[in-house]
Design a protein around this ligand. Structure first.
Ligand code: FM0
Length: 326
């Protein structure tokens, strides 16, 4: 069977940064994210008995990818099959934005591959499967606000929706900064970060951050949401600065972007920043303030560097006629 799935990227408000099991991808702490509407991946999978290996096409180009083969082996084991597959994936992210993410990639692949293999997994089991491809993909199975429960093992580490279809008019403005810097993958980065002497404090404070973030979402407390998100991101980057060897995702422009966000706050416009495993800064705000924020940011960044996203949907199977109910 041939199946196509679509999944959107998510941005963590309370970050995942470190594993207690690198093979099964069990995180050291839980995390909370917002799935976005603007950036997504479409993936088609078809198992074919005539193949002698998985074939993978990404954005029209043939690719070799060991992580992907490893993931497909998990799917084959689950479905009790030995057949290889054609996998064709397209990232719908503005060109060179540096926002292509493994979260949408493995969430879409988990749904397309499991369906094509004849499995009809529950959302919870899909999130467990997506997790084995990439940790952040666990959360992209659901739309809106999502929590990844850290758990202890394969069965207990999965995502739960906190608010799938949120009515909160919240937005994220990605500031796309071009970087010539060599990229340190999140996989390698978080492993090094675990050598930081501050790592135990990161794990210890994560539960309070999760609790505050759940409360902020429940009570629509934007200031609390933003404060906790900004603090979680800065703590994550502080681990990188203090690990052995130390490293950083900051570019001069990243710092400028963060300062602009702080300026906006002193001007009375509530907004907060977050940053992941790259130099781009994402600004969290409410819909009513988007125009004022863009206006201020465009004093130093080009309008084409500012991409606005809103809460997006969970992973879905798509047919030629459109989206299938899942
Ligand atoms: O998303 O080694 O999922 O919570 O984005 O594949 O499990 O790419 F940069 C911060 C995502 C990390 C925070 O890591 O790693 C977050 C991050 P993998 P991911």
């Amino acid at each position: 069977m041939k199946k196509t799935a679509r999944a959107h990227t998510n941005i963590a408000l309370v970050k995942y940064w470190g594993k207690k099991d690198t093979d099964l991808i069990i995180p050291m702490n839980g995390s909370i994210s917002l799935t976005l509407d603007h950036f997504y991946t479409d993936t088609t999978v078809e198992f074919d008995p005539s193949l002698t290996a998985d074939s993978f096409i990404l954005d029209g180009q043939a690719k070799q990818d060991q992580k992907l083969v490893h993931f497909m082996n998990h799917v084959r084991k689950l479905a009790n099959i030995k057949t290889f597959a054609h996998i064709n994936s397209t990232n719908h992210v503005p060109t060179a934005a540096g926002l292509a993410s493994s979260s949408s990639a493995y969430a879409a692949l988990a749904l397309a591959a499991s369906s094509a293999a004849g499995l009809n997994l529950t959302a919870k089991d899909l999130s467990r499967l997506a997790r084995k491809g990439s940790g952040s993909a666990t959360r992209s199975i659901y739309g809106g606000f999502v929590e990844w429960i850290a758990g202890e093992d394969d069965l207990t580490s999965y995502a739960v929706p906190l608010e799938e279809h949120t009515s909160w008019k919240i937005a994220m403005i990605a500031i796309v900064l071009n970087s010539a810097q060599k990229k340190i993958s999140s996989r390698a980065g978080m492993q090094t970060a675990q050598t930081s002497p501050y790592y135990p404090a990161w794990v210890k404070t994560a539960n309070d951050d999760l609790k505050s973030m759940r409360q902020a979402i429940e009570t629509r407390d934007f200031e609390l949401l933003g404060t906790v998100a900004e603090s979680s991101a800065l703590k994550m980057h502080a681990l990188n600065l203090s690990s052995k060897p130390h490293f950083s995702y900051f570019m001069p422009e990243s710092i400028i972007a963060m300062q602009k966000v702080e300026e906006l706050r002193t001007m009375g416009i509530p907004c907060y920043y977050t940053m992941d495993a790259g130099p781009n800064v994402k600004v969290i705000c409410e819909e009513e303030n988007i125009a004022a924020i863009i206006d201020h940011l465009s004093k130093v960044f080009g309008k084409d560097q500012l991409l606005v996203a809103h809460p997006g949907e969970g992973a879905k199977l798509i047919t030629n006629e459109g989206i299938e109910a899942k």
